[in-house]
Structure formats: structure tokens, C-alpha cells
Design a protein around this ligand. Structure first.
Ligand code: ADP
Ligand code: MG
Length: 245
């Protein structure tokens, strides 16, 4: 894939695959393009060149008769329901209750009945420990609680892949653990693929099958977390890990 913002090439011929059920963590310096990758997979950014497939389906463009063709919006929307994303800044709908936040997309995008959506939401809110706040508004909750609800909301769409962009970076330090614990449970109990950007290296070690070190729009090296964190091959990886640990 290629991504440019104007003349600025952010991702230059990047190519990687996440297998079904695999958990891949992206690490690398600020500005290296990690968020851009996740936003491209979420189709929040237009891909400049190349292709992205999720579950075998092309997301934004497909090859037809040797040509790169834009996929019509209606078909795009169908595939993007397989993708869930949680952002750094809790982006719950502020004017909705917790329950309304979680049932919104299942009802309006998947077409679930309200009763079915509520039942599903209750079980997911229970899983993230937030069922007791289902009638609260986001503004009444801590950042950690809001992130746990954002995770439940993403899971309510039964995603094939969950994209997590520094979901604990904006939290007060004492709230980080509760969010990571929820994510570890989900990683252990489901086979949802995950593409994770995080600076929490212990968490990355615990949940990742593979860690990709990323710099200036390309992969510097990739390996198991054990390998990357204890014996990185490249000086750039060593320098990065040294700077953040
Ligand atoms: P990371 O998440 O690794 O910190 P980003 O993906 O946010 O990196 O950014 C990669 C590069 O793309 C940066 O140089 C950033 O300035 C640029 N960039 C990101 N979004 C935009 C945008 N909407 N318009 C212009 N440049 C952007
Ligand atoms: Mg980022």
C-alpha cells in the first residue's frame, strides 16, 4: 500500500499480512505512520496506491482487468463492518448513554432489533465491567471506563479485526491497567485478529504473536515479542526501545 498526504509520502510500498486470529503490534517513533495504517484499514483515509484486503475482501480498491478500480461506497460499507477500532481519545457519542452508544451500530448498521442489540450490549458491558453504568453519559465516567465502553462498542459489531491505536496513552496512569486487563481477556477468550499500536511494552509482550518495528513508513524488522524485546536485530529498534523503556 501507498499513502501520501499531498506530496508527503507517509507509507511507501508497505506490504504486510495479519493472519486470522493473529495479534500484531506496531511499534515505532512518533510520526512513522502507525496511526495512518490503522486509519487506512478503518477506511478513514483514502488509500493512494495499492490494496488492502480484510477477510479476503478488498476494502477501498480492487484489481479488475489489470486496473485499479475504486470500490463503490455501498460495497465498501459492507466490508468495513468487519473492522472495529478504538482510538486514543475516547470518542463515545457524548449525547448518548453508555447503552445507546453500544447498540447504535448493531441496530442501524447490522439491522439487529433493539431487544437483540440490548441483550448483546449487556453481555459485552458485563465483560468489560461496565454493565452497572449502562445508563450513564460518557462525561460522568473516567477515561478508563470510557475506553472499556469503546472496546465493548467495537466488539458489538462482531469484528474480524480489532484496531487499537494507543488506547491507553491519554489515560491517567492509574487507569491504564484496567483497560489493558480487559484487552488481555478479550485476546485470551476470542480469536479476533488484532492490530495494535501501543507504548505499553509489557502488554505488547503479553498479547502479541508478532511485533513489527516501523520507521518512516516501512518495516525495519518484525519478530516474536521475545525476540524483538530481548535481542533486536537492528540498531534503530535498539535505539527506539532504549528511548521508551
Ligand atoms: P504515528 O501514528 O506513527 O505517530 P501518523 O500516522 O500519525 O504517525 O503520521 C505519519 C505522518 O503522516 C506524519 O508525518 C504526519 O504528520 C502525517 N499525517 C498524518 N495525518 C495527516 C493528515 N491528515 N494530513 C497531512 N499529514 C498527515
Ligand atoms: Mg499515532
Amino acid at each position: 500500500m501507498v499513502k501520501k498526504f499531498g506530496d508527503h509520502t507517509v507509507l511507501n510500498d508497505l506490504n504486510f499480512t495479519v493472519s486470522k486470529g493473529e495479534r500484531v503490534t506496531l511499534i515505532g517513533p512518533s510520526g512513522s505512520g502507525k496511526t495512518t495504517i490503522l486509519r487506512l484499514v478503518m477506511t478513514l483515509e483514502e488509500l493512494t496506491g495499492g490494496y488492502i484486503h480484510v477477510g479476503g475482501n478488498p476494502l477501498q480498491y480492487e484489481e479488475q482487468g489489470g486496473k485499479r478500480m475504486r470500490i463503490p461506497d455501498k460495497r465498501r460499507r459492507r466490508t468495513t463492518t468487519d473492522i472495529g477500532m478504538v482510538f486514543q481519545h475516547f470518542n463515545l457519542f457524548p449525547n448518548m448513554t453508555v447503552m445507546e452508544n453500544v447498540i447504535e451500530a448493531p441496530m442501524h448498521v447490522m439491522g439487529l432489533s433493539k431487544a437483540a442489540a440490548v441483550e448483546k450490549a449487556e453481555s459485552l458491558l458485563d465483560k468489560v465491567g461496565m454493565a452497572w453504568k449502562k445508563d450513564a453519559r460518557p462525561s460522568e465516567l473516567s477515561g478508563g471506563q470510557q475506553q472499556r465502553i469503546a472496546i465493548a462498542r467495537a466488539l458489538a459489531m462482531d469484528p474480524e479485526i480489532l484496531l487499537l491505536d494507543e488506547v491507553t496513552s491519554a489515560l491517567d496512569p492509574e487507569l491504564v491497567g484496567e483497560v489493558l486487563a480487559v484487552l488481555k481477556d478479550i485476546a485470551a477468550e476470542t480469536d479476533i485478529s488484532m492490530l495494535i499500536v501501543t507504548h505499553e511494552m509489557q502488554f505488547a509482550r503479553d498479547v502479541s504473536d508478532r511485533v513489527m518495528m516501523f520507521d518512516q513508513g516501512s518495516v525495519v524488522e518484525q519478530a516474536s515479542p521475545e525476540r524483538i524485546f530481548s535481542d533486536p536485530e537492528h540498531q534503530r529498534t535498539r535505539d527506539f526501545l532504549h528511548a521508551i523503556l
